[in-house]
Design a protein around this ligand. Sequence first.
Ligand code: SF4
Length: 235
Amino acid sequence: MQLHIGGYIPTSFLDYPGNTAAVVFFAGCQFRCPFCHNPELVFPGAEIERIGTEHILADLKKRAPFLDGVCVTGGEPTLQPGLLPFLREIRSLGLKVKLDTNGARPDVLERILAEKLADYAAMDLKAPEETYSLACGRDGDATLLPLVRKSIALLLRGAVPFEFRTTLVPGLHRIEDAPLLGRMAQGAPLFVLQNFRPGNTLDPGFSSLSPFSMEFLEEFRTALLPFVGEVKIRA
Ligand code: SF4
């Protein structure tokens, strides 16, 4: 099973809302979001904790009676050639799967949904279409948006419960972006807004930016609400 694992949390109460879950972080991502707070997971070969897949599966097997599921995150999980066999192994333990994705591999997402290998998906919507590639750190790359649009459409078919989510970043997002993101996500049951967190960011120029105020997040939420079922703020 070809997997590049960058980290493992045996038990988390936060990463799969409403569930007690283990978290598997995959190393490697095709985006370079300047505000990314997991830069050590982004670059190829970034297996910061060299944990073997077999070790993780053995641990999950041992603790399956005490877990609801596994959150599969990154980095970008859909880049892993061995992801589907890994998800099948998790399934065989009777555990649920939450998939976090940036939506740039709709071919993989489609196979996961078709095989019912995820119970929940959380997909990033980085920014409105006009600034999408900029927010991904791939400014001017016209190949991204068609892929992201395809993943949005796949999730909107409703095969599994899902959320779209955006990290709101000063300098990258404005209040005018709320209806633009709303149109991209139109009809989604849930949209989650996350506030930017300063600190260890991929672009050091973002590390000391001040996050948005709660007032801004509330205003953004209100402007987004007409397009989707629910908007939550995870500050
Ligand atoms: S924030 Fe961007 S660069 Fe970081 S892991 Fe997610 S998609 Fe990749």
